[in-house]
Design a binder for this molecule. Sequence first.
Ligand code: IDP
Ligand code: MG
Length: 145
Amino acid sequence: MRTDGAPAMERTFVMIKPDGVAAGLTGEIIGRIERRGLDIVAIRKGGMERAVAEEHYVEHRERPFFGELVEFISSDPVVMLVVEGQGAIVAMRTMMGPTDPQDAPPGTIRGDYALDVGQNVVHGSDGPESAERELALHFGVLVAA
Ligand code: IDP
Ligand code: MG
């Protein structure tokens, strides 16, 4: 619950994963972000190098699925976005739905377009520190500021 007024303007890092791009969901997901009232400040499509994917998911490096996750993310093109708006970090996480699409309600991106936790269509930073780190990693320090 909010107790201190409107959430701050912030930027978050969003990625349409290879499964989302391959399924032709780029426009649908960008449309949802825009219609929510969030601003797309920067966008880039391309392959993510393995070393960059390892750094992106460094918090999961000891998890059993890490190798598979890095392999998947660096396998085929992704679309990377800088998304800005009031409370943008939480707004995106809410729109995405829970990590496991089996738990994701209809109306969320994962609840509408995914079934498998390993191929859940979209990534969004989970807090201000990870947003700053991920924006710097993928777009450089100027965008992260
Ligand atoms: P998030 O993407 O909702 O932030 P995280 O817990 O940060 O979820 O996990 C990062 C990504 O790792 C997930 O989006 C998902 O693709 C993958 N992942 C998480 N848990 C599992 C698992 O148990 N098996 C396979 N892949 C997983
Ligand atoms: Mg995460």
